[in-house]
Design a protein around this ligand. Structure first.
Ligand code: HEC
Ligand code: HEC
Length: 440
């Protein structure tokens, strides 16, 4: 199956894929209405679980509890780590620092091997499928290959399942069992509110640790999906889309390069345009899986073993696709919104500046020695066993120009970095005063 080929065609499809997910996810649609205030507040659980006790819990009650749990270090074995420690609200729920991988575990000295993704705009990914058929443009006849799911390898489909992973992961919050989590909840200041909101009539939810744990994960999910801070759409780029800001010449050039299929070609995987049929601004990912040949990261303890490889879709964290060698090395395309707030890039955090991340695309195959600095006349994709090198993408921007030069020169790389800077939320339109805003 020509995965790379069909994925290249996504450039033409803009946001259709992402929006199909947003529109198709009933839960997300209901929750989005709830936070915009456009519709009567829906009750919280009908979309996740059929558990309702009269008119409670509401989305707001669940999201409020979820926010408190998300921020609370009481749920970690160390007592020092909350979800927010890795997913920092001040960094679009991405990593708070430049570490490739955040520390965790009971003594806060353990390290997994994956970079922390931003949780902003992650509220409604497409459920994972090996064969994504996008109907709007191709009438569903075009198989675009593996797409969707949560985490870098798409192995989780729902945010409530996702929430259990860090709570139990020995390298993260390191609880020994669900009962541990429940014990920690019982000691919090909001335990009573949790009990009142989530107990069946005449019962005490805390007498049933299993359902208490389910409610913890549903509260976290509801917070992540519904709270406006996870999808503010208020970057300079959004202001520009709404005619409320002008981009600088460098930002405009960068956007053109980002979209140009012969130059950056970034939009073929990180779609950048609003779809005519809907009103949602782009989120700069199509959720597709691609092998980019990202360099091995010697900072990661797991990589001290030369035989260890994080192969993404085909393992080791994901286990159901281990018999698919054609998927080895593929990771899920992340959103580029707020990417300028990051200090470590790609699934293994091997690259530590945004400019280098963009330069990697331009010069991976023209100056490989810069990216794979190990000895040898022909440096190659050093974080992927050679038998999988055929999986690595070679379309633009990787493919050099016919004369052998990189597709993007140094100034063009700078321009793309300038454009990516417009994707950071919290932009205050300059010169926007009452008069101009009222005139819109
Ligand atoms: C020690 C750092 C750390 C902590 C603490 C942590 N996470 Fe994460 N989170 C990660 C990493 C790393 C990934 C990517 C995992 C992977 O690809 O296997 C991730 C992925 C996610 C994702 C999927 C995002 C996506 O792009 O698909 C969600 C949702 C999430 N975490 C929520 C949470 C919640 C809720 C908590 C608290 C219960 C939490 N995380 C605690 C590091 C952390
Ligand atoms: C063929 C699809 C494809 C194209 C084309 C593409 N990307 Fe990506 N991008 C990805 C995937 C997949 C990842 C994650 C790869 C990994 O971590 O192994 C990624 C990751 C990134 C990251 C790191 C984000 C983070 O959170 O760590 C940046 C920055 C980025 N891309 C920018 C760009 C720019 C700029 C261009 C154009 C010059 C571009 N991409 C073109 C698929 C693509």
């Amino acid at each position: 199956m020509p995965v790379a080929h069909s994925r290249a065609r996504r450039a033409l499809k803009g946001l259709a894929i992402a929006l199909a997910a947003l529109a198709g996810t009933f839960a997300a649609a209901r929750l989005a209405q709830a936070c915009s205030g456009a519709a009567p507040e829906p009750s919280g659980t009908e979309t996740h679980f059929p558990l309702m006790y009269g008119d409670r819990p509401t989305v707001r009650q669940l999201a409020d509890l979820g926010r408190r749990i998300f921020m609370d270090p009481a749920y970690s074995a160390s007592g020092k780590q909350s979800c927010a420690s890795c997913h920092d609200p001040a960094k679009a729920f991405g990593p708070p620092n430049g570490r490739a991988v955040q520390l965790g575990g009971p003594a806060m000295d353990r390290m997994g091997f994956r970079n922390t993704p931003s949780l902003a705009y992650a509220h409604a990914p497409i459920a994972f499928t090996q064969h994504f058929m996008e109907s709007e443009v191709t009438q569903g006849l075009d198989d675009e290959g593996p797409t969707g799911g949560r985490t870098w390898d798409g192995r989780v489909d729902t945010a409530h399942d996702q929430a259990l992973m860090p709570l139990m992961d020995a390298n993260e919050m390191a609880n020994a069992s669900g009962a541990d989590v429940v014990q920690r909840l019982l000691k919090t200041s909001y335990a009573d509110e949790f009990r009142r909101t989530l107990s069946a009539p005449g019962e005490n939810v805390f007498n049933d640790p299993d359902s208490t744990l389910v409610w913890v994960t549903v509260a976290l999910e509801t917070y992540e999906q519904s709270a406006p801070e996870f999808h503010p759409f208020d970057s300079k780029f959004d202001a520009w889309l709404n005619d409320k800001a002008t981009l600088s010449p460098a930002e405009m050039r960068g956007m053109a390069l980002f979209n140009d299929m012969k130059k950056g070609n970034c939009a073929s995987c990180h779609p950048s345009t609003r779809k005519a049929s809907t009103n949602r601004p782009p989120i700069f990912t199509d959720f597709g899986f691609v092998a980019l040949g990202v360099p091995r990261n010697p900072e990661l303890p797991a990589n001290r073993d030369p035989k260890f490889f994080d192969l993404g879709l085909c393992g080791p964290l994901r286990t159901d696709l281990a018999s698919h060698p054609e998927y080895c090395g593929m990771f899920r395309t992340p959103s580029l919104r707020n990417v300028a707030l990051r200090k470590s890039f790609f699934h293994n955090g091997a690259i530590h500046s945004l400019r280098d991340a963009v330069a990697f695309y331009a010069t991976r195959d023209t100056t490989p020695a810069k990216w794979y600095p190990h000895a040898g006349a022909k440096p190659g994709y050093d974080d992927l066993p050679q038998r999988y090198w055929a999986n690595v993408s070679h379309e633009a921007p990787f493919a050099p120009l016919p004369d052998g030069r990189p597709r993007l020169n140094a100034r063009e790389i700078d321009d793309i970095v300038a454009f990516l800077g417009t994707l950071t939320d919290g932009y205050k339109p300059q010169g926007a005063n009452k008069h101009t805003v009222a005139a819109k």
